[in-house]
Each structure stands twice: as C-alpha cells, then as structure tokens.
Design a protein. Structure first.
Length: 209
C-alpha cells in the first residue's frame, strides 16, 4: 500500500512535553474530528434517532485545511477498487474513515446496514449512483415502506431474504467535486460510488454512525 502524501515533515520529539514545550496547536482536520465527536457525544450511534445529520453535514462542509493534514491516513492500493483507512472510532458507535479510490474503479452496489453515512470529497471527484431497493420496481407500485425520516432503515433492509432478484431502478446519478458533502442511508436506497477519472485517485472522508 502506498501513502499518497508527499514527503513528510520531521516528527516532533517525544520528549518535547517533558522539556516544557507547548503542545502543537490542533490542525483543521483533527479539529473536525473533535467537532464530530462533540456532536455525537457519548451515546449517539448506529440507528440513533438522536443523530443530527444536518449538523454533521455542516461541520464536514465547513472543513478548510491543507491536504497534508489528512494524507497520513490515505493509503492507496491499486490492486483494489478502493481502500478503507480508519481515522477515528468516535464514541465506539461510529467510524470515521478515509477512502482512497483507484482511477476508473467503483464500489459494488451496497446498503449501509441501517447506519447514517456522511461523505465529503477531499480530492478529485466521485460519482454516486443511487438505486431503489428491489421492491421499488419501475413497472409496479412500491410494496413496502421506509421508516420515519429521523431513522435510517428501509423495511427491506431488515428482511433481504424476501427480496426477489431483478434489475435495480436507478433513482439518480450525481458527480460530487472536492469539498462537496452528501448523505446516504438505507431509507434513501442503495448506492454505488465510482472514481470516473482514469488517471487520478480520488479521496473521500466517510462518517458511519
């Protein structure tokens, strides 16, 4: 695996604090990590109605910092479509990850296991295609229902064994550029993420909670 960062800076001495040197100021990226943890607190997590998605999107969107602040987490593996690199586990009910996308590659179509997913593009651009659940046929009525809007799950996500295989209906496809933020959950459907560039890696920050 290859780190996409440029040459690193000289690391600080572990004895600096013992010598009385002040702690270095928190950079913008790690301030973002702290802000996310402050919002989630000790309790909010997977399938939590208490998660304020709009607040999480707002702090992700507000991040302004150089690539060097997050590049130490960004490892590429050109033998895979993408890599998942852990940044922080938050309150134990969430994961903050950096994903590095190989040029021209895409994820499988997937659900989110009843979790919230907030994504910000850190480098390049990514195309998200959202699909309806198999029950949401283009040639017939929807025969199941989503959960209330403050929850994450679709009723089919709890009973996938009852779904019959057939072509999925594409709801929409959107290209997100550097700095843009989006949100996904099972209530909204299934999705696939693709790096359409054939030359450049793309990097995204994902909060799953």
């Amino acid at each position: 695996m290859n780190n996409i960062a440029t040459a690193g800076r000289k690391p600080g001495s572990p004895h600096d604090s013992a010598r009385g040197s002040p702690e270095p100021p928190l950079d913008s990226f790690h301030a973002l990590v702290n802000s996310i943890n402050d919002i989630l607190g000790p309790c909010n997590g997977i399938d939590s109605a208490g998660v304020d998605v709009e607040e999480l999107k707002s702090v992700m969107r507000a991040f302004e910092g150089p690539d060097e602040e997050w590049q130490k987490y960004a490892f590429a593996d050109y033998g895979r479509a993408y890599t998942r690199n852990l940044v922080d586990r938050g309150n134990g009910k969430s994961n903050l990850l950096i994903l590095v996308w190989t040029p021209g590659k895409a994820s499988p179509i997937h659900d989110h296991a009843n979790a919230h997913c907030v994504m910000r593009i850190l480098k390049g651009s990514l195309t998200e295609t959202i699909y309806g659940w198999p029950c949401e046929r283009a040639d017939g009525p929807i025969d199941c229902a989503t959960s209330p809007t403050n929850r994450t799950e679709h009723s089919c996500s709890a009973q996938p064994e009852q779904l019959e295989p057939h072509a999925l209906c594409v709801k929409r496809s959107t290209c997100y550029e550097r700095g843009q933020v989006t949100y996904m959950s099972d209530r909204l459907g299934l999705h696939r993420i693709q790096n359409a560039s054939t030359e450049e890696v793309a990097v995204s920050l994902h909060l799953y909670t």
